[in-house]
Design a protein around this ligand. Structure first.
Ligand SMILES: Nc1ncnc2c1ncn2[C@@H]1O[C@H](COP(=O)(O)OP(=O)(O)O)[C@@H](O)[C@H]1O
Ligand SMILES: [Mg+2]
Length: 365
């Protein structure tokens, strides 16, 4: 298909999510890469900001937020009625040809915005409705991985209502199935928000109660002592896996503070693991994308026990962090794909996914 250059891209970021601030930094990185080298001839980019209340803002406001690099406070935003910010599309958004969502977590990585673009019959970067939704919800994701026979640590799914109705029975079921330590997770958060490690019954109950305030769908997993490896996947029909990276940290586990305080963790790329293990992880990363119908881009995370050689899949992120320090772009850089080429490939993938959806008439992939 011949396309007219430059393509008008809509970069949308921010969003109603605990990862709003990370999204701003990711969007700044993507925007910079779209404005370098040959991309300047290929693309004209309009930025749109979704504030923490879900209102869309036009490029004038979006640009200011990107330059400052921090979320807009209510006081910074002009009166929405007079300046085009409202619950819907601001001026300029309807002229966008290809959307580039850079939204992490709920309300963006979960199929919601993908549904909007699908309804509008417009191409967009990343997974469609199904892949985004299944990838986001840890219960659904685990069920899809299990169906694809991907190794996972033992886990149980439960509902907050079950916990409320019969806490003792729930605690007994979890203790029998998993033992301690175990990890309690709300199904739909990200950035380790609401996750806790429990070492005894009171800790487990407290963790479940905390997670239940964030999500009615909960997951509990057996705790493992393992290295944390990550692999980036790119492509639509043909999926490619990057070299592996490892996250190293001193803390007991990779909690919110460790993720976001400077100096608490560092990455090793490529990860220092046997070549056979790296190949196994790469094959599993691609299988994980197929299992949840993810496309375009994904980062697949693993636990690796070097003593036993066990490799378990932990999760898939269908819109992984994209800051200049994020694993996803760094893994591709180390695999020989610089950031400018990576963002270009992602837009080409948006067109390929669009073609597939059009061909099959559905909203998957
Ligand atoms: N079963 C587990 N065993 C050991 N550590 C775990 C386990 N599950 C989670 N963790 C720790 O918690 C972190 C966050 O969990 P994860 O499921 O990746 O949530 P998120 O989607 O918020 O990133 C992991 O990176 C790891 O350090
Ligand atoms: Mg994680």
């Amino acid at each position: 298909m011949m396309t007219q250059l430059p393509t008008h891209l809509g970069l949308v970021f921010g969003g109603v999510s605990g990862e709003h601030a990370v999204s701003i930094r990711s969007a700044a990185t993507v925007l910079a890469a779209l404005g370098r080298g040959t991309n300047t001839e290929r693309y004209r980019v309009s930025c749109f900001y979704i504030d923490q209340r879900g209102r869309w803002w036009p490029p004038s406001v979006a640009q200011r937020v990107l330059e400052r690099g921090t979320p807009a406070l209510a006081a910074d935003l002009p009166d929405p009625d007079r300046h085009g910010g409202f619950r819907g599309f601001p001026a300029g958004a309807l002229e966008v040809e290809v959307w580039f969502p850079v939204l992490h977590g709920p309300n963006g990585e979960d199929g919601t915005i993908q549904g909007l673009f699908t309804l509008m019959q417009l191409p967009f970067v990343g997974s469609g409705v199904l892949g985004s939704a299944v990838g986001m919800d840890k219960q659904a994701m685990k069920a899809a991985f299990a169906a694809a026979e991907l190794p996972q640590v033992p886990y149980c799914c439960l509902d907050a209502a079950e916990l409320k109705a019969a806490p003792d029975a729930v605690l007994e079921r979890l203790e029998t199935a998993l033992g301690y330590p175990c990890f309690v997770k709300p199904a739909n958060m990200g950035s380790s928000v609401g996750i806790s490690k429990a070492s005894d019954r009171p800790g487990l109950l407290a963790g479940l109660q905390l997670a239940a305030t964030l999500d009615p769908r909960l997951v509990v997993e057996q705790g493992v002592k393992a290295r944390e490896l990550e692999c980036a996947v790119l492509g639509v029909g043909q999926l490619r896996a990057s070299v592996l990276g490892e996250i190293c940290f001193e803390a007991d586990w990779y909690d919110y503070d460790t993720k976001y305080s400077d100096g608490s963790s560092h990455t090793v790329i490529p990860a220092e693991v046997p070549a056979e293990l790296a190949q196994r992880a790469q094959a599993m990363a691609i299988a994980a994308c197929r299992a949840v119908a993810a496309a375009g881009l994904s980062r697949v995370d693993f636990f690796y026990d070097e003593n036993s050689g066990d490799l378990w899949i932990n999760e898939i992120n269908t819109l992984p962090g994209f800051t200049s320090q994020s694993m996803y772009p760094m893994l591709w850089q180390a695999t020989g794909l610089p950031l400018e080429d990576l963002v270009h490939e992602l837009v080409l993938g948006a067109r390929e996914s669009f073609g597939q959806r059009h061909h099959f008439g559905g909203a998957t992939a």
